[in-house]
Design a protein around this ligand. Structure first.
Ligand SMILES: Cc1cc2nc3c(=O)[nH]c(=O)nc-3n(C[C@H](O)[C@H](O)[C@H](O)COP(=O)(O)OP(=O)(O)OC[C@H]3O[C@@H](n4cnc5c(N)ncnc54)[C@H](O)[C@@H]3O)c2cc1C
Length: 440
């Protein structure tokens, strides 16, 4: 749908912004989607005094297909938002990552760093996402649940986004909302980005993963467990698997494949999961009788697989911008971090007096993302290509699992956990990320 843009107007930011905004606009910023990316963006925008309208198609608490694992990187982002992550508040802590592969198992504690805590967390997305949305609301963001965004509203001459059209779940009524800036935080499929012509890039990595929950005595494991090779009898299956204890009598169990694997497009993921679990010790209880949820799957968009991150008034954040870490499939921390980077950009942009100045600041957002992740994601894309070759993956697993020191380094690299001026391994990871070219 196309609408005429309101006349050029100066907007102030801060608590008075809503009062001075032209009546034609519903908010300073519209955020589409209230997952980790949208909620964090809205939180930081609202904290800075902007009037933020978040439109979310579902109602909280709502499920999201996920492994529910949070590394120290994600813990840091939660703490930064003032969220209590204590065990009394329902968070389950873990000490590190247990890696199983080539017939060996290694327990790798999270590194001790100044920049990140030395523990991770587990929390269902039912709880996590509601907590984040509530936090954004407490900061002053207006959240409308059960409102599905159906498309962008564009300036008829410039094509710039000036708002969105949306359908209200209760009444089915269609209406449009207007704002100066629109954020696509609508996840992996990001229909809003697609409607603006921004499709997924075929030259960037993509994962597909499935997960479910089982009642199991392993539910209170204090390590996240990652399986580098999956066996079906004596046959090696493609992919990697995980078992994350939820601390509530169940474990989140899942597996995934990357699009660099030959089996990617022609795999029955549900049957793959069942075949893998058949080989597990029976006392772990990974049987159909103990399964508490359906097996569900979704895609993991990695390494900036949708660009540009700013286009004609629309800013992409989290999965909408393909920000999952290609090394380990972690997306929550990157959704939240990119939300903060974006919010800080928008706050500065909307404080500028002239439209060209605002535009210049917004155009800096992709650069800020590149500064944060560009080189590291370039390395990640190479990594994903290499492990897509089964013989190389087997070779690397066999040789690295026999060398705990190498695996401790690998943990820092794969989980992106280093100090800027840390030990030799930190400096190596940071140096490699700096040397790697930023993606176009
Ligand atoms: C099987 C699997 C396991 C994973 N495991 C982990 C893990 O253990 N740890 C980890 O860190 N990451 C994991 N990830 C990745 C992680 O789930 C994502 O990276 C993360 O959810 C991205 O957050 P987001 O806010 O960008 O998107 P989402 O969490 O997808 O949120 C998007 C929001 O937008 C809403 N929305 C969508 N369309 C519209 C619309 N038209 N109108 C209004 N609202 C809309 C949705 O309802 C949703 O609330 C996993 C992913 C998968 C598939």
């Amino acid at each position: 749908m196309t609408e005429h843009a309101p006349p050029e107007t100066r907007l102030s930011t801060g608590p008075d912004a809503a009062r001075t905004r032209p009546p034609a606009e519903d908010a300073d910023v519209i955020v589409v989607g209230a997952g980790p990316a949208g909620a964090t963006t809205a939180f930081y925008l609202a904290q800075s005094g902007l009037d933020v309208l978040v439109l979310e198609k579902s109602r909280f608490p709502r499920e999201k297909v996920c492994g529910d694992g949070l590394t120290p990187r994600a813990v840091k982002t939660l703490v930064a938002m003032g969220i209590s992550v204590s065990e009394q508040d329902g968070w389950v802590r873990n000490k590190g990552l247990r890696v199983i592969g080539a017939g060996k198992r290694l327990e790798l504690p999270w590194p001790e760093l100044a920049s990140y805590p030395d523990y991770g967390l587990v929390r269902t997305r039912l709880d996590l996402d509601e907590t984040l949305a509530r936090r954004a609301r407490q900061a002053g963001a207006r959240l409308l649940e059960g409102v599905t965004v159906t498309g962008p509203v564009r300036h008829e001459r410039t094509g710039r986004v000036t708002g969105v059209t949306a359908r209200c779940g209760d009444t089915g009524d269609e209406r449009s909302y207007r704002a100066r800036v629109v954020v696509a935080a609508d996840g992996n499929s990001s229909r809003l980005s697609v409607a603006m012509g921004l499709r997924k890039r075929d030259d960037r990595p993509l994962g597909v993963a499935v997960r479910t929950y089982y009642r199991t005595p392993r539910h209170d494991d204090d390590y996240l467990e990652s399986w580098l090779d999956l066996w079906d009898g004596d046959r090696l299956l493609p992919g990697y698997g995980w078992i994350f204890g939820m601390g509530d009598g169940t474990s989140n169990v899942g597996l995934g494949l990357l699009n660099t694997s030959a089996a990617f497009g022609n795999t029955d993921y549900h049957s793959l999961l069942r075949r893998w679990l058949k080989g597990m010790p029976s006392e772990w209880g990974f049987t159909e009788e103990n399964r508490t949820q359906p097996i569900r799957g979704a895609a993991l968009p990695m390494g900036f697989n949708r660009t540009p991150h700013y286009f004609n008034g629309l800013l992409l954040v989290g999965d909408a911008g393909g920000m999952v870490n290609p090394f380990n499939g972690e997306g929550i921390a990157y959704a939240m971090e990119s939300g903060e980077i974006l919010a800080r950009t928008i706050v500065q942009a909307l404080a500028r007096a002239r439209r060209e100045e605002t535009e210049r600041v917004l155009a800096g957002y992709p650069h800020a993302l590149n500064q944060a992740y560009g080189g590291y994601y370039t390395l990640g894309r190479t990594f994903v290509k290499l492990i897509g070759k089964p013989w190389l993956m087997r070779f690397a697993t066999k040789h690295s699992m026999a060398r705990p020191a190498l695996m401790r380094f690998a943990l820092k690299m794969l989980a992106n956990l280093t100090d800027p001026r840390g030990d030799a391994s930190d400096r190596l990871v940071n140096g490699l990320s700096k040397l790697a070219p930023n993606p176009e």
